[in-house]
Design a protein around this ligand. Sequence first.
Ligand SMILES: Nc1ncnc2c1ncn2[C@@H]1O[C@H](COP(=O)(O)OP(=O)(O)OP(=O)(O)O)[C@@H](O)[C@H]1O
Ligand SMILES: [Mg+2]
Length: 279
Amino acid sequence: MLTQDDHAAELEKQLSQANKQLLQSEKLATIGQLAAGVAHEINNPIGYIHSNLKTLRTYLLDLFGVMDAIDQADSLATLKSRREEVEYDFLKSDIHDLLGESLEGIARIEKIIAALKDFSRKDDDGFKPDDLHQGIQSTLNVVSNELKYRAQVNLSLGQVPLLECNLPQINQVIMNLLVNAAHAMEHFGRIDIRTGTTDTGVWFEVEDNGAGIDPDHLQHLFDPFFTTKPVGKGTGLGLALSKNIIDKHRGTIEVRSQPGQGTCFRVCLPIQQPEGEDD
Ligand SMILES: Nc1ncnc2c1ncn2[C@@H]1O[C@H](COP(=O)(O)OP(=O)(O)OP(=O)(O)O)[C@@H](O)[C@H]1O
Ligand SMILES: [Mg+2]
């Protein structure tokens, strides 16, 4: 006969099973969304690079024609008129533009692929106790060039214990938040970085006094490829990637924002990860 304890254990097993399935299906949903986004985002640059290459081919055929004419031409005047015919000056400047645009498109695709690699990266060295404040400092060193003309950065760091985490990935989150904060500045502004503890966790905040976020955008903020930045400036992967990293750490990332006043992102992380469950 089953005792009450057996029942409870069985129920707990079922719940944990259901929970795992749910996590799995959420993961799949995210992957589907991501794949659709990648296809869409890459399609656009590939489209214009393709059409640029076709145009470049016809331009090159024209230019080869001029070069070949050197062999047959009886006078410089014939050559010059041949050059006029292919609208050489126009070709020259258009080739320059087409190549520039295509290179920019390739750079954009490269950025998307690099971000995708980050998404799928298995944490090589997993989680280990590390110093969050050191992570914040080294990240600040990396992005200081990007920040210094846009905002004054203030640190208000509490006493925090060593945090079981993958610090390079946490640094990546901090970097994304800092760069977003800097981009939100309409004038020279202020960015506050704060840290502190709760009973079982550590939190950090990145707050800016920039443009703030339209309330209608809040629900899409962490969706892959959601961006309000002009083409070429943002891919909309920063926050999606950050959420992915924080989820892997079993933490939370929250935002509060006042349009015209500023935005604050708050990340909470458990001090210890459950044993033997490294992702
Ligand atoms: N601190 C902030 N203030 C105002 N808007 C923000 C802030 N952080 C994020 N956003 C909004 O959220 C959008 C998504 O941010 P996310 O970092 O995911 O992508 P991105 O910055 O546009 O591009 P990427 O980070 O890939 O270069 C931004 O385009 C912007 O509209
Ligand atoms: Mg960003």
